[in-house]
Design a protein around this ligand. Structure first.
Ligand SMILES: Cc1ncc(COP(=O)(O)O)c(C=O)c1O
Length: 397
């Protein structure tokens, strides 16, 4: 069955509010409307106010607890979770090198910067691969994957990006997974920016392995990533990695044997991540978080469209993680000035990452709610007035 998520930005009129004091208990830092690092709760930050011994049993218990909770979030079963120092890219490289054998062949589904990075990583690793490149804003469709797998029986692994954060597109992972399973191939998922909010359960998407990192939808601070993988795949990964520090099998086996990390762990980030996981559960887990992020997106996208901005994507493909807008063609608009003016009003947005058009992005994840999004819209209106931008429609292409 090929089920795809359809989204629809709700039509409710967005009422702009004057900028109010922060409704959420946080510091005076600006709101990060970015895809991570993101705005974290005070509770998560406060969990970093203690020092932990990396060999001590109490820290090892935190590590074990985090691993258990993350495995459960993905549906548990015959899977296990391995934590890995570094940013998300380190975990992606670790996954690709540890799960694709040296004589394997991957199909990389690309529609943006992170798919391109996965392909570049495979080049570095000397792994054989083919790509399906859909450009900046079109999803790789299950039928296309079906066709490629039919025509190329040597493909052993399919690499998919769940939410391609460079455009904000939510790729049709369920349909892709169904096709990969039908062909008996193995699925590797970069779920970096989606995991913890967009549903990903091994009961529906029986991936070989997936990665995400601490500073995304679980709302922790940066410092480590994690791989969730089938235990059988973790066993088979022995001896495959080109790298000592990125060897997922070795990190897993060592953690299971000793309860510790092989090399210095980011102790503060791990302990505050556990606190973030507890808040994630209190909010209703991934469904609760998805509901808040979706409301954030709907209020923000609707308000931006009312001002005349255009989204890169049709509603059907908009993720609740981050949205790309075209820069206005109005000659008074420059992104740098827009960014600086918003920053002076306490909002940090994100530059665009499209290859062809001028754009910027606004994230919906982190400790933000719809009241914050309304404040943002008020601030954007004000900035446009100050800049003298009258027309927010993009320049003709
Ligand atoms: C889908 C995806 N993959 C990989 C990465 C790379 O993660 P990092 O920047 O933490 O190395 C990101 C970062 O946002 C991402 O969104």
């Amino acid at each position: 069955m090929t089920a795809m998520r359809r989204t629809q930005v709700t039509d409710a009129q967005v009422e702009l509010e004057p900028v109010q004091p922060d409704p959420l208990p946080k510091s005076d830092d600006p709101y990060l409307l970015t895809p991570g690092p993101l705005t974290t709760s005070r509770r998560t930050k406060e969990a970093m106010l203690h020092d932990w011994g990396s060999w001590d049993a109490s820290f090892n218990e935190v590590t074990a607890d985090v691993r258990r909770r993350l495995t459960a979030m993905a549906g548990g079963g015959d899977y296990d979770c391995v934590l890995l120092q570094g940013s998300g890219t380190y975990s992606v490289e670790a996954m690709l090198s540890s799960f694709i054998p040296k004589d394997g062949r991957a199909l990389v589904l690309m529609n943006g910067a992170y798919g391109q990075r996965a392909a570049k990583t495979l080049e570095f690793l000397g792994r054989d691969f083919v790509k399906l490149d859909k450009g900046d804003y079109l999803p790789p469709m299950p039928e296309e994957v079906d066709d490629l797998l039919t025509r190329d029986p040597d493909i052993t692994h399919v690499v998919a990006i769940h939410c391609e954060t460079s455009s904000g597109i939510l790729n049709p992972l369920q349909g892709i997974s169904d096709v990969v399973m039908k062909h008996g191939r193995r699925l590797l998922v970069d779920a970096m920016s989606a995991f913890g909010a967009v549903p990903l359960d091994v009961a529906n998407v029986p991936f070989e392995a997936m990665v995400s990192s601490a500073n995304k939808c679980v709302e922790g601070v940066p410092g480590f990533g994690f791989v969730i993988a089938k235990k059988t795949a973790l066993e088979q990964a022995e001896g495959r990695s080109h790298s000592l520090s990125l060897d997922v099998h070795d990190q897993w086996a060592y953690m299971n044997r000793t309860g510790m990390w092989r090399f210095t762990p980011p102790t503060h980030a791990v302990v505050s991540f556990r606190e973030a996981l507890l808040q994630h559960e209190e909010e209703g887990g991934a469904p609760g978080r998805l509901a808040r992020y979706t409301r954030n997106r709907d209020v923000m996208v609707r308000g931006m469209r009312e001002m005349g901005f255009r989204t890169l994507l049709e509603d059907e493909w908009l993720s609740p993680i981050i949205t790309t807008f075209f820069c206005p063609g109005d000659s008074n608009f420059t992104f740098t000035r827009f960014y600086d003016e918003l920053k002076s009003r306490n909002f940090i947005i994100y530059p665009g990452k499209l290859t062809e058009a001028e754009s910027f992005r606004i994230g919906c994840i982190g400790q933000l709610d719809e009241a914050v999004m309304r404040q943002l819209l008020t601030a954007i209106k004000d900035v446009l007035d100050v800049m003298g931008v009258k027309d927010c429609s993009p320049a003709p292409r």
